[in-house]
Write a protein that binds this ligand. Structure first.
Ligand SMILES: Cc1cc2nc3c(=O)[nH]c(=O)nc-3n(C[C@H](O)[C@H](O)[C@H](O)COP(=O)(O)O)c2cc1C
Length: 331
């Protein structure tokens, strides 16, 4: 593991060596992956939605704790307004509090209803949003410890404004008086150095780490990402204002056809966008089906490696960027 290169408000808050966070990854960010992130000096978030059964979720938390030797790790909670999602959220909340989880990344809707319980349980909360304007209003809540802003390049949900990470990285820290992480298209140390230089406290990545050996998904997906360069990601579901950046596979093309035809009946989209298809793709390696979250930062995912090796390369690259800046200065 590399020496600590940077100390920021987020390395302090999470108690980590490197200002690198791995965001929630539906179906993929399990105990093995998150423990590897923590053991490599970063922070990761077990994605609760992957484990709808609360006792199965509890098992995963305990496994993670074992794998990190008791070092703290995080949980990602998707805030849902639907009844079933809301009920599941409360189950996840209860279990994570019972198990003593210390960090939560929330995403989706506003976490305000569950913040009092999280705070009472001593949990530190980072809320992730796709635009600075949401981050500014989120940060006003005294129960929020940190915010993360993801740009249009990100795998998953870039929001409706589709503002790039370069803009948001410069904008968010200047307008928010709390620790800020920036994500979306980030996969290198030079981006890490640049992001910190712009005032942020950490970077958050997803796509770059899909090629980690600790990701359980079929090797085909990792080989596909290594071969891909991010021009093969596309944004679908804009017709419902639920922008989703995914691999441009056959299913995404079908969805785009429906959107182009102006079809607004969700039932027509359902077979392509159901989460079940993604699980099947990860299990079988057949990447033609399902909305496979995948961002432009795939161009940086150049080899299937242990997670820690990826982090080491990012840190070496960040150090090189810092040296380059020093060599450029004339004072
Ligand atoms: C495969 C995959 C699954 C994801 N699942 C979730 C999720 O369940 N919850 C969430 O908040 N974000 C999810 N995200 C978004 C990531 O946490 C992170 O915000 C995003 O990947 C950052 O952008 P990047 O992919 O360009 O690094 C997912 C991203 C990917 C690539």
């Amino acid at each position: 593991m590399r020496e600590q290169l940077f100390s920021t408000r987020l390395t302090e808050l999470f108690g980590i060596r490197h200002p690198i966070l791995m965001g929630g990854l539906f179906q993929l960010a399990d105990a093995r992956f998150v423990a590897a992130a923590v053991n490599a000096g970063c922070m990761g978030f077990i994605t609760a939605a992957t484990f709808p059964d609360p006792e199965r979720f509890r098992e995963e938390l305990r496994r993670c704790s074992e794998l990190t030797g008791g070092r703290p790790f995080g949980v990602n909670l998707a805030i849902s307004r639907q009844d079933e999602g809301g009920r599941r959220l409360l189950d996840h909340l209860r279990v994570l509090l019972e198990e003593g989880v210390r960090f939560v990344e929330t995403s989706g809707g506003s976490p305000s209803e569950i913040l009092p319980a999280l705070k009472e349980g001593g949990v530190r909360v980072m809320h992730k949003v796709p635009a600075v304007r949401y981050a500014v209003s989120t940060a006003r809540n005294p129960m929020i410890d940190a915010v993360c802003v993801v740009g249009a390049e990100c795998g998953g949900h870039p929001g409706v404004y589709m503002i790039g990470s370069m803009v948001q990285a410069a904008d968010a820290p200047a307008r928010i008086d709390k620790p800020v992480a920036i994500g979306g298209g980030i996969g290198t140390g030079r981006q890490l150095t640049a992001t910190l230089a712009m005032g942020a406290d950490a970077v958050l990545m997803g796509t770059r780490f899909l090629v980690a050996e600790e990701i359980w998904a079929h090797r085909n997906i990792k080989e596909r990402i290594v071969a891909g360069d991010g021009t093969d990601s596309t944004v679908v579901m804009q017709i419902f204002r639920r922008h989703h950046r995914v691999l441009d596979n056959e299913a995404a093309q079908e969805v785009r056809k429906l959107e182009t035809a102006g079809i607004t009946d969700f039932a027509a989209y359902e077979p392509h966008v159901t989460g079940r298809r993604v699980r099947e793709a990860y299990e079988t390696g057949d990447l033609s089906k399902g909305m496979i979250d995948y961002g432009q930062g795939a161009c940086f995912a150049d080899a299937i490696e242990p997670l820690e090796a990826i982090v080491d390369r990012i840190i070496d690259d960040a150090a090189a960027a810092r040296r380059r800046l020093a060599a450029l200065s004339w004072a």
